[in-house]
Design a protein around this ligand. Structure first.
Ligand code: SAH
Length: 242
C-alpha cells in the first residue's frame, strides 16, 4: 500500500518485554547507555513473546539495540526546541537534534551489552549491562548491534564531541560502612554503582552553581544522599525507603 502525503497513519505496537532495573527514579539515570557499566538490568519478555525461540542466535552477539517507550513522559507534550544538558541549559536546538525524552513519538533507543539469556518456568529473561532505562520501561523491540555498520569511525558529533568530564566521588565513613553492609546482604556492588553514576554529574544545569547543596537519588529501594562540593561529590549516607 502506498501512503500519500495527506494520509498520516498511526500505528499500534505491542510491548514485548518490561525492564527490571536498579533505576527506580528518573533522576540519577545516566544520560546515555554505556556510561555506567556496573548497572545491570533484566529484560523480561511478556506473553506471547516469552519464548526462547524468538531469541535463538542472539547469544552470538555481544551487544544489542533496545527500542523502548519513554513511559514516564507520556503526560507532557513535546516542544519543537529544547535546551540539551550538553549546552549547559544555555541554548536551544531542535528536538530532532537531541536525545530528549519528550518527543513527538516517545520512543527511546539504547545499545547495551548482552548478558545471560535464561528461562525460569514460563518467564524468559535477558540480562543487560550498562543500560539507561528506568525500572518498568516497556520494550517494543530488540535488534542485534552490528559493529561493521552501526559503529561509524570519524562520525561528527557537533555539540557533544566528547563524553562529559568525570567528577571525583568520595564516600563518608558512614556511607562506606552502609555500602559494605548492603553489598554483604545483596551481593550488589553499590559503591561502584554510585561512583559511576555520580561521576557523570546527574544534576540538571540550573543546579550546577549551587555549591554545597545536598541531593538525593534512588537505586532500588535506597535513597542515596550526597553533596556537591566544588571539586568533588561526597556520598553522605544511604537511607532505606519504606
Ligand atoms: N539512549 C536514549 C537516551 C535517552 S535520554 C535514547 O536516545 O533513546 C536518557 C534518559 O532517559 C535517562 O537519563 C532517563 O532519565 C530517561 N529515561 C529512561 N527510561 C525512561 C522511561 N521509561 N521513561 C521516561 N524517561 C526515561
Amino acid at each position: 500500500m502506498r501512503f500519500s502525503l495527506t494520509f498520516h497513519p498511526s500505528y499500534t505496537f505491542n510491548t514485548i518485554g518490561i525492564i527490571h532495573s536498579c533505576y527506580t527514579q528518573k533522576f540519577g539515570i545516566p544520560r546515555q547507555p554505556g556510561l555506567v557499566n556496573e548497572a545491570t538490568s533484566t529484560l523480561e519478555l511478556v506473553a506471547p513473546f516469552n519464548r526462547l525461540d524468538t531469541l535463538e542466535g542472539l547469544d552470538q552477539f555481544s551487544h544489542i539495540w533496545i527500542q523502548f517507550i519513554f513511559h514516564e513522559c507520556l503526560k507532557e507534550n513535546w516542544k519543537a526546541k529544547i535546551r540539551p544538558p550538553r549546552l549547559g541549559g544555555q541554548s536551544k536546538v531542535g528536538i530532532f537534534s537531541t536525545r530528549a525524552t519528550y518527543r513527538p513519538n516517545p520512543i527511546g533507543l539504547s545499545a547495551v551489552k548482552l548478558g545471560r539469556i535464561y528461562q525460569e518456568g514460563k518467564k524468559v529473561f535477558i540480562e543487560l549491562h550498562g543500560g539507561d532505562l528506568l525500572d518498568g520501561t516497556p520494550v517494543i523491540d530488540i535488534k542485534p548491534y552490528l559493529p561493521y555498520s552501526d559503529s561509524i569511525t570519524n562520525a561528527k558529533n557537533g555539540f557533544a564531541p566528547k563524553p562529559s568530564q568525570k567528577r571525583k566521588v568520595t564516600f563518608s565513613p558512614l556511607a562506606t560502612t552502609q555500602c559494605q553492609d548492603y553489598q554483604n546482604k545483596t551481593n550488589r556492588n553499590i559503591s561502584q554503582l554510585i561512583s559511576e553514576i555520580l561521576s557523570q554529574d546527574p544534576r540538571p544545569s540550573y543546579l550546577h552553581n549551587k555549591k554545597g547543596k545536598e541531593h538525593g537519588f534512588q537505586l532500588w529501594d535506597i535513597n542515596i544522599r550526597w553533596q556537591a562540593n566544588p571539586t568533588y561529590f561526597e556520598v553522605l549516607k544511604l537511607e532505606t525507603i519504606s
